[in-house]
Design a binder for this molecule. Structure first.
Ligand SMILES: N[C@@H](CCC(=O)N[C@@H](CS)C(=O)NCC(=O)O)C(=O)O
Length: 213
């Protein structure tokens, strides 16, 4: 059985949990007490992930980190959601990099600062992040205007990766997708229809927290 280290506020963990569920694989959650700073401790980094990040997937003695690596590993191993052709697989990789660099990264940072950060966020920092998010969301929305899924004609791990943070309650980020990005909105509805989809707070360990700021 897979063991997935993560916590319920982590969309990066949710990306993996959603894929495991879509693949029909059994997995055990391992709670990472991120909010109490465990990922910053020496022992956690030494034993679990030197990068100090969730998620971490254990498959027997194999331990993997970086959600993109984990998604790619699972999709290849189980022969699903990895892209139908070599060109599609390269395209999937291209969107995974874009997601990790510009889409998830800005959105997740913005949401964290707004909902869970230790102090009220600096408006100038939030405005800068928001402009970067607007640009990245516009690119994905335009891409989805002419297709149902990010790559090819079926769902792939590119879809799981890019959508991971967009299933959290609006009040956490305050970033409205509905109405502003109609193609992303329709795509999220398609993703909710995939086998195994469930709300992150229903499948990941930890306590749901009210947004702070
Ligand atoms: N690119 C990484 C990002 C992982 C990541 O940033 N995880 C967050 C939790 S969702 C984390 O552990 N952050 C710790 C930190 O930035 O110090 C991935 O996709 O796995």
């Amino acid at each position: 059985m897979y063991r997935l280290h993560g916590f319920c506020q982590s969309g990066n963990t949710f990306k993996v949990a959603f894929l495991l569920r879509a693949l029909g694989q059994s997995w055990e959650p391992v709670f990472v007490d991120f909010m109490e700073g465990v990922t910053r401790t020496g022992p956690w980094r030494a034993q679990t992930n030197e990068m100090g990040e969730a998620p971490v997937l254990e498959d027997g003695t194999r331990r993997l980190t970086q959600s993109g690596v984990i998604l790619g590993y699972l999709a290849k191993k189980h022969g699903a959601y990895d892209g139908a052709t070599e060109d599609d697989r390269l395209e999937v990789l291209r969107w995974l990099f874009f997601d990790n660099h510009k889409f998830t990264s800005y959105f997740a940072t913005y949401r964290f600062m707004k909902a869970f950060g230790p102090a009220a966020p600096d408006p100038a920092v939030m405005a800068w992040l928001r402009a970067r998010m607007d640009a990245a969301f516009a690119i994905v929305d335009k891409h989805l205007a002419t297709r149902e899924w990010m790559v090819g004609g079926v769902a792939t791990i590119a879809d799981f990766s890019l959508s991971g943070y967009l299933f959290y309650p609006l009040e956490e980020s305050g970033y409205e997708v509905a109405g502003r990005y109609p193609h992303i909105e329709a795509w999220l509805a398609r993703l909710r229809g995939l086998p195994g989809w469930a709300s992150p707070y229903d499948v990941l360990p930890g306590e749901r927290l009210l947004p702070k700021w």
